[in-house]
Design a binder for this molecule. Structure first.
Ligand SMILES: NC(=O)c1ccc[n+]([C@@H]2O[C@H](COP(=O)([O-])OP(=O)(O)OC[C@H]3O[C@@H](n4cnc5c(N)ncnc54)[C@H](OP(=O)(O)O)[C@@H]3O)[C@@H](O)[C@H]2O)c1
Length: 233
């Protein structure tokens, strides 16, 4: 889905920030942005990241912490592409998990995305064209009984609200939905997993084209197609 009223952000020469850019899908996003000619990519981790490619600026960031997000916005004031990738999966059954375990999933996946959007909206507004890509999941639409999917559903709704809120300033907000990828998050799962590099390629294509939604694989496309089916029984 591409909005004809909007336009994408050229990657060549752009400055981007990828939350959680040192592991898993975030690392694949950083590599893809650099391969496509980004001039600078802020890559974040909660712990002090190692130095990398000269175009990578390491940043310590915890998206669940107001002060940490504000400090990142002070440093990365030249960003035109924000990738809200940071996320946690804590395997929290809806009826039995302690709220102390469920809360970090919402704090990181939902409020972390909104916190980053609030802090970086004025920065993105200063750019001639700007983009925010939020890393969601097929589980935004598929409940299997845990806090993670509830948080991804809420993050999807937040993404839709942010798209509306940022439209007038010209920031295109893209939702990336994907099933299993081969990262630390799925290390214990014996399932088919996509190569994060192939998903990152689709994500960066979407940023460049101004695409509003990416359904990255067959499973995700099928689940999305079932949303209009009425629940029975
Ligand atoms: N793997 C999958 O199958 C899959 C499928 C659909 C969607 N996703 C989504 O893809 C995104 C990336 O996940 P992944 O698979 O790459 O998982 P991962 O390998 O476990 O990596 C999680 C990333 O999130 C960062 N992070 C976690 N909490 C954070 C916080 N409070 N503040 C800042 N950064 C934080 C981590 O950074 P540090 O540990 O370095 O601080 C790490 O880079 C997540 O949003 C996840 O929900 C994953």
């Amino acid at each position: 889905m591409t909005d004809p009223q909007t336009r994408g952000v050229p990657i060549h020469g752009a400055t981007a920030l990828v939350t959680g850019g040192y592991r898993g899908f975030g690392r694949a996003m950083v590599a893809e942005l650099l391969d496509r000619g980004a001039a600078r990519v802020y890559a974040t981790s909660r712990t002090t990241p190692p130095p990398g490619d000269g175009r990578v600026v390491p940043l310590v960031l915890d998206v669940s912490d107001d002060g940490s997000v504000a400090a990142a916005a002070q440093v990365a004031g030249d960003v035109s592409i924000l990738v809200n990738n940071a996320g946690v999966f804590l395997n929290t059954p809806v009826l039995t998990a302690p709220f102390d375990d469920v809360r970090p999933e919402f704090e990181t996946n939902v409020l972390g995305t909104i916190r980053m959007a609030r802090a970086f909206a004025p920065i993105l507004a200063r750019q001639p064209s700007s983009a925010m890509l939020n890393v969601l999941s097929v589980l935004s639409w598929l409940a299997v009984g845990r806090g993670y999917e509830m948080s991804k559903a809420a993050q999807w709704s937040a993404t839709n609200s942010l798209r509306d809120a940022l439209k007038d300033q010209g920031t295109v907000v893209t939702a990336l939905h994907v099933a299993y990828m081969d990262t630390d998050m799925t290390a214990g799962l014996d399932v088919e997993k996509a190569d994060p590099r192939l998903i990152a390629r689709q994500a960066v294509d979407a940023i460049e084209a101004g695409t509003l939604e990416v359904l990255a694989d067959d499973t995700t496309r099928w689940i999305k197609s079932q949303l209009s089916v009425q629940l029975t029984g």
